[in-house]
Write a protein that binds this ligand. Structure first.
Ligand code: MN
Length: 203
């Protein structure tokens, strides 16, 4: 059985960037729903339930056909949100990137400002619901976006930073203004955690 991870901070910790009500609905209702549906879909597949959701997604092509859609949508939803909560932190604790992630961003994109522009454009340009990503693949950083709850893990990439651009992630506070949400998102990124994830992939 997959279960809902606790938030590593209070529901209101990300105020004023992400409001308390959005966090409550997003975490307790939306994320829980993906987990419930993933558990339902894996009924009768006890061997697969032993694996982490990330392992299911990495091994997607070998899954039984009858559960592929559920793992893509609900397994992806569980994995994506589980990562998302960990890479956020209170704006008062906001830090810029440092260490390996800072070096690799400069090396790959020229500067942090260029990275921010490209990442924001990519996430803003994702048509409809989806995610904006910074992933690692073959030791290299890449910016991408995916529709729906598709996980980069299925394509062999490891996400180390993600931003949810479904309207349920920002509509209460930002309504249709996705670019404003993305601009403010940069105030609540936990770069220590992003760097930890990078070093884990490169280790
Ligand atoms: Mn979401």
């Amino acid at each position: 059985m997959y279960t809902l991870p606790k938030l590593p901070y209070d529901y209101k910790a990300l105020e004023p960037v992400i409001d308390e009500e959005t966090m409550k609905i997003h975490h307790d209702k939306h994320h829980q729903k993906y987990i419930d549906k993933l558990n339902d879909a894996l009924d009768g597949h006890d061997d697969l339930k032993e694996k982490s959701v990330e392992e299911l997604l990495q091994d997607f092509k070998n899954l039984p056909d009858e559960i592929k859609n559920a793992v893509r949508n609900h397994g992806g939803g569980h994995a994506n949100h589980s990562l998302f909560w960990t890479i956020l932190q209170a704006p008062s604790e906001s830090n810029g990137p440092s260490g390996k992630i800072a070096d690799l961003i400069d090396e790959t994109f020229g500067s942090f400002a260029d990275f921010k522009t490209k990442f924001t454009e990519s996430a803003a340009g994702q048509f409809g619901s989806g995610w904006g990503w910074l992933t690692v693949s073959g030791g290299k950083l890449e910016i991408s976006s995916t529709p729906n709850q598709d996980s980069p893990l299925v394509a062999g990439q490891t996400p180390i930073l993600g931003v949810d651009v479904w309207e349920h992630a920002y509509y209460l506070k930002y309504q249709n203004k996705r670019p404003d949400y993305l601009e403010n998102f940069f105030q609540v990124i936990n770069w220590t955690e992003v760097n930890r994830r990078l070093e884990e992939v490169l280790a």
